[in-house]
Ligand binder design. Structure first.
Ligand code: ZN
Length: 498
């Protein structure tokens, strides 16, 4: 095991500070007394200097856009990649240069005098272990917050701030700090390890599992990717044990099921589905959705979708899943993922798209949701926490069996911005690796954005915001993904004609 346990992490902290911290709970100020420091914390989801995505505003799909891409495909398929690129560049606007996320720095000596002073003030104060809450705030948290804000590239600053929040009992702030750092520097193992460690410490093994898996699958060339995958599986088992004991000790799922259905069997079904794992939970939910929906049975369309989906899924991981790709007759432009690799597309979504690269872009994103256990987590959280009332309301509102209603809930699921990002990161990697133009998902988002007229997205599960468009541009540029690969305009239109 290379993940540091709690004691190791304190050791790490001590190494950073050059001494061992005396962690005597009597020396610590209670968490609630520290609430006054909260306004100083930068919001987790506001990485500064986001610029508005200009490129997608200029995307003009009516301006022979797809005719040009089809022309480019002709050359691409004959191996003339430079000609294909040249043609695509005629209609694809250039992306704005990346917003600057400063390069990671580990060496304190590389900071300016002010940055070094922040670090010194904070570490001296931690050594002195101040007892007054005002001292803690002014001598530890304020300089560390300034350091993270003014020198965001200095990685030890993020880690020390998160660890110090943890030491002073500020769980939420510790997690918010490390998650913000992980967003900015997703390839840093030290940040990831701190995040995983905190999640485990705070009793969130499923989140820890997802974080480890996200890294393992997003960076398959990292020498530790297999170790992270194994760790992800191990934390997943921890979560299932926790789930099992909650079910048996509190009977919480039993009461949900009884309220919802008046039938205890329904509740047991949900619990058993979750405990049986993602693969079989996905099978059950998929079955109930298919039973409730008008499914498209066009074999040619299903085969096309399935062929591309299976190809992408092979590049993702989670080979134990039985991937399945379905089409629901529904004009809303949406697509969603159930646990265990069960993916559904609405006809409205397929009608919105014009190329195989776009289809593959959305497919890869949805498969990523499934691979990263997002839907599974959503059901588990609803079932185990106080927010189960949402689940209950949804169930009562729909009135049928418990299992089918969980399916119904998933249809309307919204993932957090963070989960959307995770799926974009993994999805884009796979889209590029499969040889498609990396713009595929980006284009679909641009169309959804235009459809919704700048307001809320019609794609209820997957909001298309300017910030998200900008983020996709950054991901594509940072990773050097090819925007001028295979588009597959004619191939797509042959199966899904306009
Ligand atoms: Zn999504």
């Amino acid at each position: 095991m290379f993940f540091c346990k709690r004691s190791h992490r304190n050791k790490l902290l001590a190494i950073i500070l050059g001494f061992y911290l005396a962690i005597n709970p009597n020396n610590l100020v209670s968490a609630k007394n520290l609430s006054f420091i909260k306004p100083n914390i930068p919001a987790t989801d506001k990485i500064s200097n986001f610029t508005i995505a200009q490129a997608f505003k200029q995307l003009d799909f009516s301006n022979n856009y797809y005719e040009k891409l089809a022309e480019a495909d002709y050359f691409y398929q004959r191996g003339d990649l430079s000609q294909a690129k040249q043609i695509q560049q005629q209609v694809k606007p250039a992306f704005a240069p990346n917003a600057t996320i400063p390069a990671a720095v580990d060496d304190l000596a590389k900071l300016d005098a002010k940055g070094q002073q922040y670090w010194q003030t904070a570490t001296e104060a931690i050594k002195a272990d101040p007892e007054l809450e005002s001292e803690i705030t002014s001598s530890i948290f304020e300089p560390l917050q300034s350091l993270v804000k003014e020198d965001p590239g200095f990685i030890p600053g993020h880690i020390l701030l998160a660890d110090t929040y943890d030491l002073y009992g500020e769980e939420k702030l510790a997690l918010a700090t490390i998650e913000r750092a992980a967003e900015m520097y997703p390839v840093r193992e030290d940040i990831l390890d701190t995040k995983i460690d905190l999640l485990l410490l705070y009793g969130k093994p499923l989140e820890a599992s997802i974080a480890a898996r996200e890294f393992a699958y997003s960076y398959p060339n990292n020498p530790k990717h297999q170790a992270y995958e194994q760790a992800a599986n191990q934390y997943f088992e921890q979560y299932k044990k926790k789930l099992n004991s909650k079910i048996t000790t509190s009977g919480i799922l039993g009461s949900i099921g009884q309220i919802a259905t008046g039938n205890e069997l329904g509740a047991l079904e949900i619990g058993q589905m979750l405990l049986a794992g993602e693969k079989s939970a996905g099978q059950s939910f998929a079955q109930s959705i298919k039973a409730q929906s008008q499914m498209v049975s066009d074999q040619r369309q299903l085969k096309y979708l399935n062929d591309i989906g299976q190809k992408l899924a092979k590049l993702m991981g989670r080979n134990e899943f039985e991937y399945e790709f379905n089409i629901v007759n529904d004009p809303t432009p949406n697509a969603f993922a159930l646990p265990g690799g069960k993916i559904f597309f609405h006809t409205g979504m397929l009608e919105l798209m014009d190329s195989e690269a776009e289809l593959a872009g959305v497919l890869a994103h949805e498969i990523a949701h499934s691979v990263l256990s997002h839907s599974y987590q959503q059901i588990g959280e609803s079932a185990l926490t106080g927010t189960a009332s949402n689940l209950i309301t949804s169930m009562i509102g729909r009135g049928a069996g418990a299992a089918s209603n969980v399916g119904g809930l998933l249809l309307n699921q919204k993932f957090s911005r963070n989960k959307e990002k995770q799926s974009d990161i993994l999805g884009l990697r796979v889209l590029d690796a499969a040889g498609y133009s990396a713009d595929g998902l980006y284009n679909v988002m641009a169309k959804l954005k235009q459809l919704s007229g700048g307001g809320a997205s019609l794609l209820s599960s997957h909001p298309a915001s300017e910030e998200r468009m900008r983020y996709l541009e950054e991901l594509i540029q940072t990773n050097g993904y090819n925007r001028y690969g295979y588009e597959g305009v004619e191939a797509y239109r042959a199966v899904f004609p306009r």
